[in-house]
Write a protein that binds this ligand. Sequence first.
Ligand code: HEM
Length: 146
Amino acid sequence: MTMIINESLRLYGPAVGLLRKGGSEVRLGNLVLPANIDILIANVALHHDPQLWGEDVHLFKPDRFAEGIAKATNYNTAAFFPFGLGPRTCVGMTFATTETKIVLSMILQRYAITLSPAYVHSPIPIISLKPQHGIQVILKSLHSDA
Ligand code: HEM
């Protein structure tokens, strides 16, 4: 389940970018960032970069994470950060992933889920990334008494 959550966060993480404000002028490789610059770090771009993830970057492949995040990213910390990076990293990260696992386990113990033919794949960033037309699924009870 961890692999599935990580792959979902890679392709469809709710936070598509992080905002930072530069203090003083700083040199980053060939770039000189002036003082007081606003910076948008688009993690969504890095999560979809074929140079980091390979030509199948757009495919949903949880197996990428079979040996953990470090191996999946080739030990590149800046390749995958759905919860941010550094001292302001998301304080709800463990809570959010644990809650997701509990809720998914509870649903999957009771229902088989298939995607409805009505579903239209259209992720859209409106503050956070969300499915523009919702996610229509069909739940089939696994228990005859439910
Ligand atoms: C899948 C769910 C979530 C995602 C993808 C997410 C993502 C993020 C990201 C990208 C940041 C900014 C980190 C940075 O600037 O480096 C952040 C900050 C934060 N998140 Fe989350 N978050 C999630 C759930 C939660 C939950 C459930 C809580 C609270 C229970 C939470 C509380 C916070 C707080 C308080 C901050 C600000 C931390 C700070 O500025 O020091 N988040 N989150």
